[in-house]
Each structure stands twice: as C-alpha cells, then as structure tokens.
Ligand binder design. Structure first.
Ligand code: MN
Length: 287
C-alpha cells in the first residue's frame, strides 16, 4: 500500500483573471519532482457568481511544453485557441488541451452561465510532457460526461468515472502521452476501497465533498489533498460520509523542469526560445 507523504490544507486563494478564484494546492515551484508528471493543481472551490453581461475569465495567453486539463463540477466554461480548437464544457465534462509546441488560448465562463449567474467549481491540472513531445503539434480533446466510462465500486454503491488511465480493466476517455490516471470517485458513507494505483507512480487524492480517511489515520475534508509516496501500490480510502474525490496519479517524468509563467521546458535556453516564439507570433494568433 502507498503511505501518506503529506497533507495539504488551507491553501490560500488567488484569482486567475477575473473568473477563477483558485487554490494552487500543488505546484512544481513548491513541490518539484515530487508531483511529476503533474506541474500544477488549481482548485476553484464552489463560488457563487452573480448574473452579469460580460463573461469573466482569462484573456488570451500562451502555453508551451505541457497539457492543461480542466475538470468542471459546477458551472459552464467556454474555450478557444489559436490552433482552431474551441469547446464548451459543463458539469462532468473535461477538456484535455495539449499545448505542446504552443498555443494561444482564452478561458471564460460560458455566455449563458454568465447571464444567469451561478456556482462555479472546477479543477485545472497542468500535466507535463516528456522532452520528446514538448514540441509536438497542439491537440485538443473534449471529453463530455457521456463519453467518460463509469465503473461501479464498493458494492455498486460507489463509482469511478475513468477520465484517464486504466481502472480495473476499463480504459479512460483521454489519450495521454505518458501513463496518467485521473479518476473522479464517489463513495458512500462507510465504504472502504483500495484504488489500484501502480507501484512507482506519484499519487494524490483531492477531497471535493464529504470526509474521507486517506492512507490510514488522516481524515480529510473538502479542499484538502493527500500526497502519497511513490513506493507501494494502491491508495486506501475510507469514506467517513458520502464523498467525492479526484484521484490523480502517474508515472514520473525523470527530466529537468525549467519553467517561467505559461512555459515549462527542460532548459533555460528553451524558455528563452519560447518567449521569442510567442512574441514573434509563432504560437499562432487569436483574433
Ligand atoms: Mn491557460
């Protein structure tokens, strides 16, 4: 079994643009290779937005060298990028954007959600790419709720939605460049399960609702995250009450990480090149 390495609670909230009040619970700036293949986990806890005319969000900005994965729990988001991809995602949907060689994109609350107002809750992950794929062409996967396989667990009273990776023989909806597990887990009160994460994988569990015991003694509640050691296989979860969890796991990418703002590469020279390429319009334009 994997043992608990650390618990992350009470992460301060900051705003991304004017649309996303997030807690950066995991970040490579702070946690380095411990969280590889992930670079960032931003959680926007449920927040009420009043009705408005102008969509809130993040104006156009570039990315290079990794993927951004957005999981929506409440609210609706609209997205478009310089590679010609666009999409709207709502509760249960996931957007898996491979920036790779570079895109310019914008991320906003969807128009109708903005007009009506409502609660937004979402997670954005940054998933690193191995050096061999950092300069691959950009790609875009809209994974709608109906396309994400559901596997019953805990005597069928719970379920795992397999966004990425393999869960007990069911393949996830997302195509990934390196082995990544992303499982949206619901468990009923009293359920105890072992989520089958492989030996050697980084693993973390974010509690979204309810309370759960993770890795033995620690009991976590909404907005708290447990980070596990790479050693051992399987993450033990004991649901104290009906709970919702997001499990992220993956094979670490054993390569240097050099990042600046929206670019994450392997060397300082590659970061300088990314800045020049963006300024010269070589990551495309968004009009
Ligand atoms: Mn972005």
């Amino acid at each position: 079994m994997k043992t608990l390495a650390s618990v992350h609670a009470d992460t301060p909230t900051h705003w991304v643009g004017d649309g996303f009040p997030v807690q950066s619970i995991l970040s490579y700036h702070e946690h380095g290779a411990r969280i590889s293949p992930f670079l960032l986990l931003d959680y926007a806890a449920p927040a009420e937005f009043p009705a408005a005319e102008k969509p809130r969000g993040v104006e156009r900005h570039p990315h290079r060298g990794f993927e951004t994965v957005t999981v929506v729990y409440q609210g609706r988001l609209a997205h478009r990028d310089s590679a010609g991809h666009a999409g709207v995602i709502g509760p249960g949907d996931v957007q898996w954007m491979t920036a790779a060689a570079g895109v310019v994109h914008e991320e906003f609350h969807e128009q109708e959600f903005t007009r009506r107002g409502g609660v937004l809750e979402m997670v954005q992950l940054w998933v690193n790419l191995p050096a061999a794929h950092k300069m691959s062409p950009p790609k875009y996967q809209t994974l709608l709720a109906r396309d994400i396989p559901i596997v019953p667990v805990a005597g069928a009273r719970g379920r795992v939605r397999v966004i990425a990776g393999d869960f007990e023989g069911t393949s996830g909806a997302a195509q990934t460049f390196t082995p990544v597990d992303l499982w949206d887990v619901r468990l009923p009160a009293g359920a105890t399960v072992v989520l089958p994460v492989r030996e050697g994988f980084m693993a973390a569990v974010l509690v979204l609702r309810g309370q759960a015991g993770l890795g033995g003694s620690e009991r976590l509640r909404g907005g708290e995250l447990a980070l596990f050691e790479r050693d051992g296989a399987g993450v033990a979860v004991a649901a104290t009450d009906d709970c919702g969890l997001l499990l992220l796991a993956g094979q670490p990418i054993d390569e240097p990480i050099v990042g600046r703002g929206p670019f994450v590469m392997n060397t300082a020279d590659e970061i300088q090149q990314a800045i020049r390429d963006f300024q010269a319009g070589r990551m495309g334009r968004l009009d």
